[in-house]
Ligand binder design. Structure first.
Ligand SMILES: O=C(O)CC1=CCC(=O)O1
Length: 255
């Protein structure tokens, strides 16, 4: 399988590889606040999920397994046998699938603002139907309201606008296909298979994947550790880059 994913690569060619998986409705650009810190020590590969950014947009519905197999094909194309992986939200869901089903490809794992089971499924199918019928603008305000805390949104409107633009630029078919993947997802039975040293990061004020979803992951992955980022909603990487970067560097540097 040749990968249909778009990716950008930064950092020293001989450094350990760190793969970054982004949130639903964004691209690898979401990781800009991490790039300088991570690419100083790692070969950072930021990919766009299937149906997102500059990746291919096949007809949906998709499944998390399909998104994960695309990432494995990307690693094959790039000649990367094994990598660290950090993923936020949908990116974390793909990370759990990869670490459970291709453990030989995942070194250390960081799961940010994510969930192993994010119901109700009908809500995701309804969101997919809405964007197919009415476009991304129909859901944008509600989604972006969960990405940032109100104080951050008020003080950094330009950051909110830039991320809203990522969301509304997402192809409707790709976004809907990924919503259907989340609707069908239950990764809880897979978590016991994960052997990669795992850090789970939650945003203290995340209404999309609240802290109890992180707790549920930590309970099922042997040796996993939890860190809760203060004053952060769903895109904790954007809202609190200092806290998140310190946590990620410490976790990956331990490897
Ligand atoms: O879009 C949301 O409501 C939150 C979310 C779930 C998966 C993801 O990547 O973002």
């Amino acid at each position: 399988m040749t990968s249909r994913l778009h990716a950008t690569v930064d950092g020293p060619a001989d450094a350990p590889v760190l793969l970054l998986g982004s949130s639903l409705g964004t691209t690898g650009a979401m990781w800009a606040p991490q790039l300088a810190a991570l690419a100083a020590r790692y070969r950072v590969i930021r990919y766009d999920h299937l149906g997102h950014g500059d990746s291919a947009v096949p007809l949906g519905p998709y499944r998390i397994e399909l998104l994960g197999r695309e990432v494995l094909a990307l690693l094959d194309d790039l000649g990367v046998p094994r990598a660290h992986y950090a993923g936020l939200s949908l990116g974390g869901m793909v990370g759990m699938w990869l670490a459970a089903h291709a453990p030989e490809r995942v070194d250390r794992l960081a799961l940010l603002c994510t969930s192993a089971s994010l119901g109700p499924a009908e809500g995701w199918r309804q969101r997919a139907a809405t964007v197919r019928a009415a476009g991304m603008a129909a859901i944008a305000d509600a989604v972006v309201a969960r990405w940032f805390t109100p104080p951050f949104a008020e003080s950094r409107p330009e950051v909110v606008a830039a991320h809203r633009a990522l969301l509304t630029a997402t192809p409707t078919g790709g976004y809907a296909g990924c919503c259907e993947a989340i609707a069908a997802m239950d990764l809880r039975p897979d978590l016991g298979k994960i052997a990669a040293p795992t850090l789970v990061i939650a945003g203290a004020d995340d209404p999309a994947t609240p802290v109890d979803h992180a707790d549920a992951i930590v309970e099922r992955i042997a040796g996993a550790r939890l860190a809760v980022v203060d004053r952060a909603a769903h895109l904790a990487t954007v809202e609190q880059p200092g806290q998140v970067n310190r946590l990620l560097l410490k976790h990956f540097d331990e490897g």
